[in-house]
Design a protein around this ligand. Structure first.
Ligand SMILES: [Zn+2]
Ligand SMILES: [Zn+2]
Length: 290
């Protein structure tokens, strides 16, 4: 099955062989884990029913996910019905208004299951969901390039929101991506210079106005970004206004290339038959509390 890594269970610690004290502690840890696993069986990240392993979707949720691994726009990665020879095909929106990034892939289309996974990380503090999301984002990350000059940069929160929430969900996902792929990440490069209002329900011009000036580069960051392929990491890509604002700052600061990688992408309904999305009412600042 596709993306079978999601079905993987945690691996055991192969070290420490021959050390009785450590072996005892390892055995004790395994016993505690077994008790916890018994008391708290793994649940599907989408619907919550009991499943066989951590970070494993039930069959219904798994089959409802729409993986965005088909042909897409060369600039914003929105799915396109067919690929053209040469692969350099931009969508109408990018031809009319070129984005400041080159490639904005997402693991899955934004839908009910993708949404609940993102919300449970963001508002439900299910921080283990960051690992799940990163597992499924590793493949679109690899498709962006060989990784030699890549730098992962999570879309930052303003400090007030960071203090109130306690963590930045995009940074947790970037941490997991860095851990599993070896691509470095830098959480001190990009700053949220101003707190922005929700983008829900706003038109394109209004969204652009709200996020203008929202991001700035840290004082000592220009040398770290120069010549790099910066991959912005966020949970949800809806209108893209937030990602474009962040990408513009990075491009102006000397990044050789900027891409935007997300867990879920809101795809216009015309491109996603049998799925209904409210394209204008969503952004990475989704605010539905659980
Ligand atoms: Zn499920
Ligand atoms: Zn496009």
């Amino acid at each position: 099955m596709l993306h079978k890594s999601v079905m993987a269970t945690t691996t055991g610690d192969a070290k420490d062989q021959g050390a009785p004290g450590r072996a005892w502690r390892r055995g004790a840890r395994a016993a505690v884990r077994a008790i916890v696993d018994y008391a708290l069986p793994p649940r599907c990240p989408g619907c919550g029913i009991i499943v066989g392993a951590d970070r494993q979707f039930c069959l219904a949720c798994w089959t409802s996910l729409h993986f965005l691994d088909g042909p897409g726009c060369s600039q914003c990665s929105v799915p396109l019905p067919t690929a053209l020879p040469g692969g350099q095909m931009a969508c109408g929106a990018c031809l009319a208004n070129p984005p400041p990034f080159t490639g904005a892939p997402a693991a899955v289309a934004y839908g009910p299951v993708a949404r609940i996974v993102a919300l449970r990380l963001k508002y439900g503090r299910r921080t283990g969901h960051a690992r799940l999301m990163a597992q499924l984002m590793a493949r679109p990350l690899a498709a962006l390039g060989d990784g030699g000059d890549m730098l992962l940069v999570a879309v930052p929160l303003h400090r007030w929101r960071l203090w109130s929430r306690g963590f930045n969900q995009a940074a947790l996902v970037a941490d997991e991506l860095a851990r599993t792929t070896g691509v470095p990440r830098d959480h001190h490069l990009l700053l949220r210079a101003k707190s922005t209002a929700s983008l829900r329900g706003k038109g394109r011009r209004e969204r652009e106005r709200i996020v203008a000036g929202a991001f700035a580069l840290a004082d000592d960051a220009r040398a770290r970004v120069a010549g790099r392929h910066v991959v912005l990491v966020d949970d949800v890509h809806a209108s893209g206004a937030t990602l474009r604002a962040a990408a513009r700052v990075l491009r102006r600061s000397g990044a050789a290339r900027v891409s935007a990688l997300t867990w879920a992408r809101v795809v216009p309904d015309a491109l996603m038959t049998s799925n209904i999305f409210d394209f204008a009412s969503l952004d990475s600042d989704i605010s539905d509390p659980l």
